[in-house]
Design a protein around this ligand. Structure first.
Ligand SMILES: [Zn+2]
Length: 60
């Protein structure tokens, strides 16, 4: 289910996904949603925070 295969292939075409529902250890929704960069795997509660920490677009 984890898309670790994206780590290698999508450096140049990273997309921020979300909001994704977050689940606790029992598989129940916590009511919290997060955003995630498909390129570097950065996760944050806000899209802007992902963009802040994302390093995919630095080499332009
Ligand atoms: Zn990124």
């Amino acid at each position: 289910m984890y898309d670790t295969e994206n780590y290698g292939k999508s450096n140049r075409e990273a997309t921020i996904t979300g909001p994704n529902p977050e689940y606790d250890c029992y598989g129940r929704s916590t009511g919290v949603c997060y955003y995630r960069c498909s390129g570097c795997g950065v996760e944050a509660l806000h899209r802007v925070d992902v963009q802040t920490h994302c390093r995919c677009g630095e080499r332009r």
